[in-house]
Design a protein around this ligand. Structure first.
Ligand code: CO
Length: 613
C-alpha cells in the first residue's frame, strides 16, 4: 500500500501517543494491554498516521515488559485497520544500537511490513544517507511508505548555522533523500532545539528545494515546540507530529488540542473535532496509576530551560545521572556536563540521537571517571573505525589513534558504506537460536538483542523462569508535595560552567527502580561469591578484575586456564546499553570467571580472578 499524501491543506497529523510520547515521558512502559481498549477509537479519529512502534518500544518490550513486540504490531494492525501505522527505524541500526548487516535489515523491514507497519520513518544518527539505502529500498520494494528523516542538530551556537548544521546542509541532504526515492521527508528534532524562526526558514527552503511532503517531528523539551510547529505550518509544512494532551509537553510532543483550535477557520484547518479527542484523553488519564511511577516529573517546570542555553536535554542529564549514581559518583555530574560538548566535538559533532547520544553520553562519563579516552566503549571504537558511517566533521586525530589502538578490524578507518563490510548475519542467528525460536520474528528479536533477546525468548517458551519483578511503587514525584516543587532529601545542587556560561541545576535522583535493580544484583553477586567454594577471599598472588560499574555481562573473551597479558580485553560488560571491554589488570592465568553472559553485576563485583605470573 502506498499511503497517499495530499500536500495541500489541511495540516495532517501524526499521533505519537503510543510510541514517542510514552517513550519520552514514561520510559516506554505502556503495554499492549494498555493500548488495546482505546485502539479502535484512535483508529476512528482520522489521523494521517499513528506512530506505534520502533524506537525503544522493541527493546523495552523484550527487556522489561516480557511481551513480544511483533505481537504488539500485529494486534494494533487488527484493531486499527483504517489508519496507517508508523514506526521509527534507525536505518542500518534498525531498533538496536549498532549497524546490522544488509540481510538482517532487509528481513527486518519485510517482516515489519508483513506484521502491519505502513509508514517507515527512517533516520541515521549521523545523517549518513548511505546507511538509509538498504532499508529504504526494502520499504519501497514492500510497496510501503519510506519517510526519510533528517536529524536536526546544532553546534555550540545553538541555532541553525555554525560550522556543520547550516541551511545548505539540510537542503542538500533533503535533495539526496528525494533522489533516493523518499516518499516524504521529516525533520526530526529530537531535543526540541529547532526554534520557531529557524523552523520557518528551514521549511521554506526545503519546500523550495524538494517536491515530496514535509513532516515535522519535534519535542516540547525547551518550550518552543508549539511556536515552532506554527511557524513551520506558516512556511508550508504538510504534516506534523503531536500527541494527546495527557502524554504531551515536557520532553514529549506538543499537544494536539491547542493546535486544532489555533488552526480552526484558517486555510490550514485540520478538520478535527475536539469532541472526539476528549474521551481519548480520559482513557489515558486513567493510566496514571500504572504509568505514574515511571514519570520523571519531579520539577514544577514542564520545560527544560537548560536546553535553551547549553543544549543538553533533560533526558540525557537523567541518563548521565543514573549512570553516575550507579557508579556511586553522582558528585561528578558537573564535570561530565562540561566534558560532553568536548567529547562530542572530538568525535566530529555527531547529532545526539540514539545510538550516538548514548555513545557520547557514556563516553563522557567514562572520560571523567577513568581519565580522558582511557576506557573507550566498543561502540565508540566501531564509530571511529567508520562502522556507523561518516561523522559530520573529522574525528580528532589523537582520539582516533587511541580508539583504534589494537582494534580487531585494524587501525585504518573505512570510508565505504559500513554495510558493505558486514558479513551476513541472519543465517547464523537462525542457527544459534534454533533451540528457543519458532519463527522469523523470534530470530530477528534474537539477532537484534542476543543477550536480553535470548532471555526474553527462553521465558516466552517456558525454558527459563520469568524473574519475579516487584510492581513499581510510586516515587516521590507522585506525591503532591513533590509536584509543588519540593525536592527529596537526596536532591543536590550543582554549579556548572559550560564554555563561559554558568548554570545551577538541582538533581533529585528518582531512584526506586535503580535501587531495586541494585539490591537484586547485590543478592546475585553474593550468591556467586558463596558458590566460589570459599574462594571469595583472594589467595596470595591473585588479582581480581572488578566491575567498574553495574551492568550486564555480554560475553567472555577469555576462558579459565587462558594466559592473558596485562591490558588484554577479557570480558565485555554492557552498561547503559554501551559495551565496555574490560581489560586484565595484570599478566597471568585466568583462574576463574565468576559470571556468564546475561548475568547482572554490581559495581565492585569480582568478575574474573587472575593468578599473576
Ligand atoms: Co522523538
Amino acid at each position: 500500500m502506498n499511503t497517499k499524501i495530499d500536500s495541500t491543506n489541511p495540516v495532517k497529523i501524526t499521533d505519537t501517543t503510543l510510541r514517542d510520547a510514552h517513550q519520552s515521558l514514561a520510559a516506554t512502559r505502556m503495554r499492549t494491554i494498555d493500548m488495546e481498549p482505546i485502539a479502535s477509537k484512535m483508529n476512528a479519529v482520522g489521523f494521517h498516521s499513528l506512530e506505534v512502534w520502533g524506537g525503544a518500544t522493541f527493546d523495552v518490550a523484550t527487556r522489561f515488559l516480557h511481551e513480544d513486540p511483533w505481537e504488539r504490531i500485529k494486534t494494533l494492525k487488527k484493531l486499527m485497520p483504517d489508519t496507517p501505522l508508523q514506526m521509527l527505524l534507525r536505518g542500518q541500526n534498525l531498533v538496536g544500537y549498532r549497524n546490522y548487516a544488509d540481510d538482517l535489515c532487509i528481513s527486518f523491514v519485510q517482516h515489519s511490513a508483513d506484521s502491519g507497519v505502513d509508514i517507515f520513518r527512517i533516520f541515521d544518527a549521523l545523517n549518513d544517507e548511505r546507511n538509509l539505502k538498504t532499508t529504504t529500498d526494502a520499504v519501497l520494494a514492500a510497496n510501503k511508505h519510506a519517510q526519510l528523516a533528517l536529524c536536526y542538530s546544532v553546534t555550540e551556537e545553538g541555532c541553525l548555522g555554525g560550522d556543520v548544521y547550516t541551511l545548505e546542509y539540510y537542503v542538500n541532504k533533503a535533495k539526496i533523500f528525494e533522489d533516493m526515492g523518499a516518499s516524504s521527508i521529516c525533520i526530526k528534532d529530537m531535543a526540541g532545539l529547532l526554534s520557531p524562526y529557524d523552523a520557518y526558514n528551514l521549511i521554506k527552503a526545503l519546500k523550495e528545494s524538494v517536491n515530496v511532503p514535509l513532516q515535522l517531528h519535534t519535542h516540547y523539551t525547551s518550550g518552543m515546540a508549539s511556536m515552532t510547529v506554527l511557524k513551520a505550518i506558516e512556511a508550508g509544512l504538510d504534516i506534523v507530529d503531536t500527541c494527546l494532551s495527557p502524554l504531551a509537553l515536557r520532553t514529549s510532543q506538543p499537544a494536539i488540542e491547542p493546535l486544532i483550535v489555533t488552526l480552526q477557520g484558517t486555510e490550514r484547518d485540520t478538520g478535527f473535532d475536539l469532541e472526539k479527542i476528549t474521551p481519548l484523553n480520559d482513557y489515558f488519564e486513567g493510566l496514571k496509576d500504572y504509568l505514574g511511577p515511571f514519570l520523571s516529573n519531579d520539577r514544577l517546570a514542564v520545560i527544560d530551560t537548560q536546553v535553551l542555553s547549553h543544549q543538553v536535554p533533560g533526558g540525557m542529564i537523567s541518563n548521565l545521572t543514573s549512570q553516575l549514581r550507579e557508579a556511586e559518583a553522582l558528585d561528578r555530574l558537573p564535570e561530565v556536563l562540561e566534558e560532553l560538548p568536548v567529547t562530542r566535538k572530538e568525535l566530529g559533532y555527531p547529532p545526539l540521537v540514539t545510538p550516538t547520544s548514548q555513545m557520547v553520553g557514556v563516553q563522557s562519563v567514562n572520560n571523567v571517571l577513568f581519565g580522558r579516552w582511557n576506557s573507550i566503549t566498543s561502540q565508540v571504537k566501531d564509530y571511529c573505525f567508520g562502522l556507523y558511517g561518516m561523522s559530520p566533521k573529522p574525528i580528532d586525530k589523537d582520539v582516533l589513534e587511541k580508539a583504534l589502538d589494537g582494534y580487531e578490524r585494524g587501525t585504518n578507518p573505512i570510508t565505504i558504506r559500513p554495510g558493505d563490510i558486514l558479513e551476513p548475519e541472519l543465517e547464523k542467528a537462525k542457527k544459534d537460536s534454533s533451540e528457543f525460536t519458532k519463527g522469523l520474528g523470534d530470530v530477528l528479536t534474537y539477532a537484534l538483542y542476543p543477550v536480553t533477546g535470548e532471555t526474553f525468548l527462553k521465558i516466552k517458551y517456558g525454558l527459563q523462569e520469568k524473574p519475579e519483578e516487584p510492581l513499581p511503587e510510586p516515587p516521590s514525584s507522585m506525591l503532591p508535595q513533590a509536584q509543588s516543587g519540593n525536592f527529596s532529601s537526596r536532591a543536590r545542587d550543582f554549579n556548572i560552567t559550560i564554555g563561559n556560561k554558568q548554570f545551577q541545576i538541582t538533581v533529585d535522583p528518582v531512584g526506586s527502580q535503580g535501587s531495586k535493580t541494585r539490591s537484586v544484583s547485590r543478592i546475585l553477586s553474593q550468591n556467586v561469591s558463596n558458590s566460589l567454594n570459599g574462594n571469595e577471599m583472594l589467595a596470595e598472588g591473585e588479582i581480581a578484575l572488578v566491575a567498574p560499574m553495574p551492568g550486564i555481562i555480554i560475553r567472555e573473551i577469555c576462558k579459565e586456564g587462558d594466559s592473558v597479558k596485562a591490558g588484554a580485553e577479557i570480558i565485555v560488560l554492557e552498561a547503559m546499553k554501551m559495551e565496555n571491554a574490560l581489560t586484565s589488570p595484570v599478566s597471568g592465568i585466568v583462574k576463574s570467571i565468576n559470571f556468564k553472559s546475561g548475568d547482572k553485576v554490581s559495581k565492585g563485583d569480582m568478575l574474573v580472578i587472575i593468578k599473576e605470573e
